[in-house]
Write a protein that binds this ligand. Sequence first.
Ligand SMILES: Cc1cc2nc3c(=O)[nH]c(=O)nc-3n(C[C@H](O)[C@H](O)[C@H](O)COP(=O)(O)O)c2cc1C
Length: 201
Amino acid sequence: MDCMDVIRTRRSIRQYRPDAIPDDILSQILEAGRLAPSTMHWQPWYFGVVRDPELKQELTLAAGNQEWIVTAPIVMAMCVPLVRDLKTLPEDDPWIACNNLRFGSDLVDHLNAFSDRRAMMKYADTADIFIAGQQMVLAAESFGISSCWIGYLNIDRASRLLKLPDDIACLYLLPMGYPAVDPDPIERKSIDEVVFYDTWS
Ligand SMILES: Cc1cc2nc3c(=O)[nH]c(=O)nc-3n(C[C@H](O)[C@H](O)[C@H](O)COP(=O)(O)O)c2cc1C
């Protein structure tokens, strides 16, 4: 499948066949994540490959008991390092400069007012893991393997289940497997609704 076919046919799948994902294909899916672009080439990600049935069950509970997750032969745990605390960085740090430029210093001040520094870091570190994850999703799709982002997740509970160190958190799950269902296409916004050329008007 070429890239546009993969993008066009991908759907979030919530029921999987029990067939295992072959190791050579899994390696390529992980490679797709590893090669993703990231802010300042920081590469802030760890990809947990969860195959243990009991652990999958526990993660499912941490995801509000979305029971279908356990049908996936693999659940990817999309984890990020929680080490860049804006509060501890010098004013001229490129990370601070980038955040000030993008969001304004008011937001940086707001994040720095969080008493729970872990909460601040979990809130701030999401963009790069999405890009790596979606590269994995599309690579998987090219091998006929489906997935579904799981953001409805108790991050702390999932991170504890995975026995992550304190400065790493699992922000999302990505169950993956061969699809057991073939959902109907869903409506999308039209191109006219989502595209503008040059300025808004
Ligand atoms: C960041 C993110 C979090 C999501 N979290 C969940 C989730 O917790 N449970 C779920 O069933 N679907 C989840 N989804 C899947 C969306 O519901 C799905 O992508 C959307 O309905 C469009 O359907 P499609 O992916 O089949 O095109 C999530 C998607 C994204 C991008």
